[in-house]
Design a protein around this ligand. Structure first.
Ligand SMILES: NC(=O)C1=CN([C@@H]2O[C@H](COP(=O)(O)OP(=O)(O)OC[C@H]3O[C@@H](n4cnc5c(N)ncnc54)[C@H](O)[C@@H]3O)[C@@H](O)[C@H]2O)[C@H](O)CC1
Ligand SMILES: [K+]
Length: 482
């Protein structure tokens, strides 16, 4: 599934019209599907529809007509000046005897549900005046809000903060980049010819359907040497500092993702954990002899991180470079040696590598991940909300994960988990996408149970459950299709 920009979506609508598909049909389906979501979420609660003058408003007028026919009390406040399909939708609604009131008079009360059909993909800049005021009032109302296509105002501020959003035809960038504004996400098919949605030039959304086939299968004859062995090089002692936990968490991430064996190279004197690992206590950043298929390097490595990554190069194995291994000299050396790596920076680390501030990186995570992948020739996992995976011309946006994952050590678990998938034979881009998805899903399953206050090791422990949920096709979709 592709992630559309608002422009790409409008282009698809236009092409459908050129091919003879009546745009009024799209609007009818959009409004009808949105009415279905409304009824599913809110039953017969009275609706207050706020309709702009464009086609997003038109969708709202269609929804109002369907709700009316289903016996839901509806009040509509609409902007003046509809044209084209939206004008037809207005006429169809008025034919049912409903009087539209001016948007300036918009008012609501307890027990009502607001339908936000002010603006969709046609918004050109931040809302001001009447509309900005209306959005503020909607957000302050305390009432449930159903946004049609996009919470109005996105991608700018102010914007509506919706309880639920029905996206039409495809997800658009703001749905994943400003996910918290959308509430529960629904994706409604509105009849657009399928081929118009197959745009290989657009970023992918990491959906369960796309990831399921990547999940390594375990044959009955499997043994610990056949399902992928991982070497973890990390930790650091010195200047009174110890980072003993990071490599342990990476080892747990690798085991819980299904690694057969994890070798752990750590500074002499660090506690030997987890018990299941094979230990290589080392006096300094060296590459001990170990039979593994992939490496994870840099977790808690401090000043050892860079050297450790350079030593690891000798193994010529696919390698996850995390945290302290993310150094320009390291990346240049890997590129020259032609060794495939997955880089797992957060915005701060990516910013250091690209000469930008963390804020600039987070502003456009898609472009940032792509730029780092291009500059290094490697697969990049840019961690954040959302996490973006990039390699070559490919981009994938991850829909799982939640703020409960923002806690020390979850990144180490992720690095180990991705290394396990590399060791199982997945290509870097696929290992990164699947690892990020399952790690986020593990966090979602845990957050549902426990809320905030997770420990990174619990995220590792939940990885098998996330894997099972995906394998059984029960990954709770953060997205409901209509
Ligand atoms: N995806 C589909 O196939 C379909 C989508 N539909 C819906 O149509 C909207 C897009 O409609 P469009 O008319 O292009 O734009 P909007 O309704 O979002 O708004 C346009 C309206 O707003 C004015 N405007 C633009 N910027 C501003 C601003 N900053 N302040 C004030 N006013 C502004 C502009 O001049 C226009 O008048 C899409 O999201 C779907 O909901 C179809 O109904 C079905 C097919
Ligand atoms: K809207």
């Amino acid at each position: 599934m592709r992630l559309f920009t608002p422009e790409a979506m409008r282009e698809a609508d236009r092409k459908a019209a050129e091919m003879g598909y009546p745009s009024l049909l799209l609007m009818e389906w959009a409004g009808m599907k949105a009415a279905r979501v409304y009824r599913e979420l809110f039953g017969h609660r009275p609706a207050v529809v706020l309709a702009g003058k464009g086609n997003n408003g038109g969708d709202g007028l269609v929804l109002a007509r369907h709700l009316l026919l289903e016996g839901v009390a509806v009040r509509v406040y609409a902007a003046e000046g509809q044209e084209g399909d939206a004008l037809l939708a207005r006429g169809a609604l008025e034919a049912h005897g409903l009087d539209l009131r001016p948007l300036e008079e918009a008012a609501w009360g307890p027990g009502e549900v607001l339908v936000d059909a002010l603006f969709g993909t046609g918004l050109r800049g931040p809302l001001e005046g009447l509309y900005a005021g209306l959005v503020d009032r909607v957000n302050a109302s305390g009432l449930p809000v159903l946004s049609l296509d996009l919470p109005s105002g996105l991608p700018f501020s102010p914007h509506v903060r919706a309880t639920a959003t029905v996206a039409f035809a495809a997800l658009k960038t703001p749905h994943l980049l400003v996910r918290e504004a959308c509430g529960r996400l629904f994706l409604a098919e509105i009849g657009l010819p399928r081929h118009l949605l197959e745009r290989e030039d657009l970023p992918e959304v990491a959906t369960p359907e796309a990831l399921l086939p990547l999940l390594p299968r375990r044959p009955l004859t499997a043994h610990k040497g056949s399902v992928g062995r991982v070497g973890v090089l990390g930790g650091f002692r010195g200047e009174g500092l110890r980072y003993a936990g990071a490599p342990v968490l990476a080892a747990l991430g690798a085991y819980r993702m299904g690694a057969g064996l994890v070798h752990l190279a750590v500074p002499e004197g660090t506690p030997l954990e987890p018990l299941e690992a094979v230990f290589h206590p080392v006096p300094g950043p060296t590459l001990p002899a170990m039979r593994v298929e992939a490496l994870a390097v840099g977790m808690g490595g401090g000043p050892w991180g860079r050297e450790w990554a350079l030593k690891a190069l000798e193994a010529q194995l696919p390698t996850v470079l995390d945290a302290d291994a993310l150094h320009p000299e390291v990346l240049e050396a890997y590129r020259r040696a032609g060794v495939r790596a997955v880089l797992t920076p957060h915005a701060g680390e990516a910013g250091r590598l690209l000469g930008k501030s963390p804020e600039e990186i987070a502003q456009d995570p898609l472009a940032s991940a792509r730029a780092l992948a291009e500059a290094t020739g490697q697969a990049v996992v840019l961690k954040g909300n959302p996490t973006v995976v990039a390699e070559g011309g490919r981009l994938s946006v991850n829909p799982t994960g939640n703020p409960a994952l923002a806690t020390g050590g979850t990144g180490d678990v992720l690095a180990g988990a991705i290394a396990a998938l590399l060791a199982a034979g997945l290509a870097p881009f696929e290992a990164a996408r699947l690892g990020v998805y399952l790690h986020g899903l593990a966090g979602d399953l845990l957050a549902e149970e426990k809320g905030v206050g997770l420990l990174a090791r619990e995220v590792a422990e939940a990885l098998p459950r996330a894997r099972e949920a995906l394998a059984r096709n029960q990954a709770p979709l953060s997205l409901t299709r209509m």
